[in-house]
Design a protein around this ligand. Sequence first.
Ligand SMILES: Nc1ncnc2c1ncn2[C@@H]1O[C@H](COP(=O)(O)OP(=O)(O)OP(=O)(O)O)[C@@H](O)[C@H]1O
Ligand SMILES: [Mg+2]
Length: 481
Amino acid sequence: MIHARECVTSNTGNKGPEASADSGFSIAEIPGDLLTALLDNPYESLILIDAEGIIRFMSSSNEGIYPIPVKDAIGRHITEVSADTRMPRILQTGKAEIGRSMVLKNQHRVVARIPLVKDGRVVGAAGKLMFMSPEKLKELYGRIEALKNNLDFYKETLNQVYGSRYTFENIIGNSALSLQAKALARQAAKSDSPVLIIGESGTGKELFAHAIHQISRRRNHNFVKVNSASIPGELIESELFGYEPGAFTGARKQGKPGKFELAHLGTIFLDEIGDMPHLLQVKLMRVLQEKEIERIGGKPRQIDFRIISATNLDLETMVRQKTFRLDLFYRLNVIIIRLPPLRDIREDILQIFNHFLNQLSRENHRSIHAISPDAADALRHYSWPGNIRELRNVAERALIVCRGDRIEIDDLPMSVKVKRPEEPPINNSPDSSLKALIENAERAAILQALKASGHNRNMAAARLKIHRTGLYQKMKKYHIP
Ligand SMILES: Nc1ncnc2c1ncn2[C@@H]1O[C@H](COP(=O)(O)OP(=O)(O)OP(=O)(O)O)[C@@H](O)[C@H]1O
Ligand SMILES: [Mg+2]
């Protein structure tokens, strides 16, 4: 049996069969009936000749193409069957002719003629004829072109929809901290460096990531979001890197591109990067180093993407605690944009609230554009653990319940309009030992962090720069429910 590597050489640089030969694969391993089905398929014809030009195999689909029936053609010289065939020339030159056109029975056909080589010697040739005519191919190509145009149209439309929503003009706030964050983001958009956006929940991390993409040179390509925390472990690989057809049982027949591949030439947004499982951190590191991805069951391919990541966790502490890889942290944090919590930019609260009020009024065909002084006061003084997202929700609710033409204090939810009871004083114990004072201060700091993060313990722990379990222990110690 001739091995695949020895069997085919061509001048086209096609390495397919060689690659399979590297794994020790031999045609002898293909079951006989499968081999027959491959050679004898109805979509193309195949003729194999030996070094003398004698026909050794002719697929049944050749029936009717040549003047001699297939069963009588075997054993005859190829020129007896087809007088002007170029197959003898392939035996002489040892060079393949792929994708040539020829006229057979008044029809244009696409042919490939390939020498069969063993130990450097031409031992025969294969002639393949595609039954699809060049016209048919042209038609198919036309259909692909039309689909591609449609795709471009949808991309453009999507871009317009998202593009207008996520621009810097829609990032409201004139406080020093907001202006600083916006200026840094605009600067970042000019470069291709990785950007890490850090901020509590609802501070606008995704909005910023979009806005950066929209003014970057990659704006006409995809912005692909990956939620690092929500992909189930067993799907991570196929979600991010994709797979080839038939890569595993249950895989889609046509294969699937991964998120990185979809982000080619565009931006990949890794959200909640602090929650990324360790295994994924390792894989991500490799992708960032090599800028190369591999579909499951496929070959490596170069991908060109820009990376923006975001987190509401304290990555530095996580690095110290070894729950986040140091090398990955350094890769991601080339440009760090810190988004302030709303309680640190109180001067922006009313401006952002008014922006939402106008936007929502327009969308809901209402015309409420004002707010009473005591309602404004309540908005300014609330702690906003859910930040700008919570502010938007409050605006939306206020618009629904508002019956007049301006937002009143009663249109605000209880949590916003009622002043919270003060926390217990820092030192209410008669014990003035240093240990008691420290414990009191610790308890107060924990209560404060819990309050500021809307009693979300993960966020409170991140805020205190301690581990979650450490926070739980301390809450137990100080009887904090
Ligand atoms: N500066 C801003 N001006 C106007 N709207 C904003 C601003 N910041 C955030 N928003 C809006 O607030 C909402 C929350 O923003 P976004 O989803 O970007 O926050 P996030 O930081 O990604 O939150 P999370 O951590 O919960 O995912 C969105 O509706 C966004 O459009
Ligand atoms: Mg987000």
